[in-house]
Each structure stands twice: as C-alpha cells, then as structure tokens.
Design a protein around this ligand. Structure first.
Ligand SMILES: [Zn+2]
Length: 414
C-alpha cells in the first residue's frame, strides 16, 4: 500500500486520494492553503452571501442549519446567528443511535441559541429495514444517517422556500483535497450520491429484495432538481470561508457555552462524535475492516497537518487504537435482530482486497502496516508538545450508560 509521506493516509481512501512527486497526498497539499489564504477576504465573501439572503422581516427564517448534538453544530450556529446576525431554522435528522450526552448537547443548543428547530424521526421499523439492506449492499450501518441527514435539510428548504443551507466542513476538501477552498464548492446531489451515500442511491434500494417500498424511502430522498431550482436552493460550506479547525472550535464552544465532550472508543477526538453510540465504535470498526484504517487515521492526519502531532506519534496512536474492538456490537445486533456472525459475514464481503487477505489458517490479515513506511516520513513542521490533547469536560449529568439507544428523550431547560 502506498501511504502519504507527510500524513498517514493510504492510497485506498474511498474518497480518492492522489499523490504528488514527493509522495505527499492531495489532502495535505490542500490543507497548506489554510495558512496561505486571506481568510478575512473569504469572511467578507461569506458576509456578502449571507446579506443576499437576510430577510427584511426579522421573524422570518433566513437560512437552514443542519444540526446534531455534536460535530461543530454549536460553532456553526454561534457563527451564523451571533456573529452574522442571521435567523436560522435548525433542522435535525434523528440518528436513532443517540447517546444521552448527544441528546443533552442538542437540547441545550436549542435553548442557548434561541432558535426554532425541526426534527425528523423516522419510524424505527423503516430504519431497520433500510439498514438490513445497506449492511448487505455496502457493509454500512450508517447509510440511513448519511442519507437522512443530507436529504432532510434540502426537503425542508424546498418545503418552506428557504433557499440557503449552511453546512460546516466539506469532507472531500478537508480529508483528501478533492477541491481547493477557493473553488468554494457547494452542495450537490451528485456528490451526495457518489460519496456520502457510497454510490448507493435511495432509489436503488427499491429494486433489491428487501421489501422496501416507495413510502419507506421518502425521508431519504433528495428533492428533484426541478424543485431545488424553483426555490433556488443552494448549500454552502463554512470551511471554505473560515479557517476550519474543529478542535479549536469545539474548545471555544466548551468554554463559551458548556458544550459537553465525551469518550471516543477508537480515536482521540472526544468532541466530534459524542452524540452517537457507534460513530467511533462499531461504525468505525467496520470502516477499519473494510479499508484497513479507521477514524483514528482521519483524526491523526488532521492533527499532523495542523502541526500538533508528528507523523511518528501519529503512527503510534493509529497502532494503539485501530484494533480496539468496540463495546456496543451487541446493542446494534439486538436492535437490528441479527447475530454477530451475520453482521460480520455481511462486512467481510466488503473488505478491500488491496489491504486485506484471507488466510485459511489465520483468517483475515492486513497486507501492509504503517510501520513498514515510517522511514519514508518527510518531516513537517515541529509538532507542538501536547498540542493535541482533547479536553474531557465535566458533564451536566453522569455519562450515559451503553445499555440502549435513546430515540426521544426529555429536553433540558437552560
Ligand atoms: Zn497526506
């Protein structure tokens, strides 16, 4: 396997990665822009866009912000509402695998920022039917969340005729440098289908033998291009206009609003995924079983690029996290009504043969390891000592147990 000589990304990254003559990946190269771009100019551009959509009547919504109980939602709402004085409508797709901490972060988000919010909770029977299908088709337990959380905001934009949707980071740009920040790429149905949904269109599920009917995919269906056009809906990414540093942003939100951090099972980032039982657990373990790397690699690479970790420290962290077996596999299997062997049989069909091989005696084995590529490292910046420590906040109540998902819970009054 070829690995980037500055970060630790392998060539089989599913979002596609390219390497230059020095062996440095496109994600690292595009990240260099963060220190070269005149961010104040980008901020002015953002201000111009927002002004075009600001409503004259203050009680009307100017834009839509998709939110969760994690992942920079506080930062995005704080920026748009308090800095740029917009009146956003918040929309949230209920991911079903909710933790109590995530429910609480979302509840406080509503009251701290004084915004209207619309939540979509799909019938659990439908979510399970779809998850059985996507597990078989793509080895994914997360498809319904990726599809629902990228369709629902656009559905609401069309329905309420609110043409501007504001997203946080563009993953393709941030991880693999698919675009320059200066391209200012916007949301498209094509990117959603090809990358967010791993090429698995909601319509495709209708054709399989899963008993999925038209009504079942309504929540996961991206509006038709004609509907989008008639309202003029566009979705912008703040990471093209603000120098995006999710770690620093979360720390600001912890300090300012009491955002709660949690525990990530298989990675160092305690901030971004605390609302979900599985994102850094089973879902991430599946990613490792498919591609031979997990969220720890994504997070380490981000920290290397910011100069907060060296590549060698990153490789050590990857080695210590990537084999961790997640605690909550049983939760998912009980919820879906399958056995653990059925789960892993489904996943094994989707292992990438560029990095995994099956050996009759030992089972599945990795074909390569970052250890074999340590001496290829091109040193990058001086890594700050302890620069990449993630804070553990004191929590408003005890951390939730791992006994169950919380579909709907009480709110919290701030
Ligand atoms: Zn790289």
């Amino acid at each position: 396997m070829k690995y980037c000589r500055r970060c630790c990304y392998p060539a089989n990254h599913p979002l596609n990665i390219v390497f230059d003559d020095e062996g440095i990946c496109s994600g690292c190269r595009i990240h260099e822009e963060k220190d070269l771009i005149e961010w104040s100019e980008q901020g002015n551009k953002l201000s111009g866009i927002l002004n075009d959509y600001k409503c004259k009547t203050p009680e009307k919504w100017d834009c839509i912000i998709p939110v969760t109980g994690a992942s920079d939602s506080y930062f995005i709402v704080d920026t748009i509402k308090n800095k740029f004085k917009m009146n956003p409508l918040l929309v949230s797709y209920n991911k079903h695998y909710n933790t109590e901490l995530g429910i609480r972060n979302l509840a406080y988000l509503r009251t701290i920022f004084d915004c209207d919010i619309i939540t979509k909770t799909v019938d659990p029977k439908i979510v399970k039917k779809i998850t059985r299908a996507t597990l078989n088709e793509r080895g994914s337990i997360y498809w319904h969340i990726l599809a629902g959380s990228t369709a629902f905001p656009v559905q609401i934009a069309v329905k309420f005729k609110i043409p501007l949707i504001i997203w946080g980071v563009h993953q393709g740009c941030d991880q693999v440098g698919m675009f320059s920040h200066l391209d200012e790429v916007e949301m498209t149905g094509k990117y959603r289908r090809d990358h967010d949904l791993i090429g698995l269109d909601e319509e495709y599920l209708l054709d399989g033998n899963y008993g999925i009917e038209d009504g079942d995919i309504e929540a996961f269906t991206y509006p038709h291009a004609k509907e989008i056009e008639s309202v003029g809906v566009r979705g912008i990414y703040l990471s093209n206009y603000i120098r995006w540093d999710t770690k620093a942003q979360h720390e600001k939100m912890i300090d300012k609003y009491g955002y709660e951090s949690g525990i990530a099972q298989r990675t160092i980032d305690n901030y971004n995924y605390v609302d979900c039982h599985h994102y850094t657990g089973l879902h991430d373990y599946i990613k490792f079983l498919k591609f031979g790397y997990g969220k720890i690699t994504d997070n380490v690479n981000r920290e290397i690029r910011f100069g907060r970790l060296s590549r060698n420290e990153g490789i050590d962290l990857i080695k210590s996290y990537q084999f961790i077996i997640p605690k909550e596999i049983h939760l998912f299997c009980e919820w879906l009504g399958i056995t653990q062997s059925e789960l892993f049989e489904n996943i094994d069909q989707h292992r990438d043969s560029d990095i995994w091989t099956y050996n009759e005696n030992n089972g599945w084995e990795l074909l390569d390891s970052l250890d074999n590529h340590r001496n290829e490292t091109i040193p990058f910046r001086g890594a700050e000592k302890n620069g990449c420590t993630f804070l553990k906040t004191s929590n408003r109540s005890d951390l939730a147990s791992d006994k169950e998902y919380i579909l709907i819970a009480k709110g919290y009054i701030n």
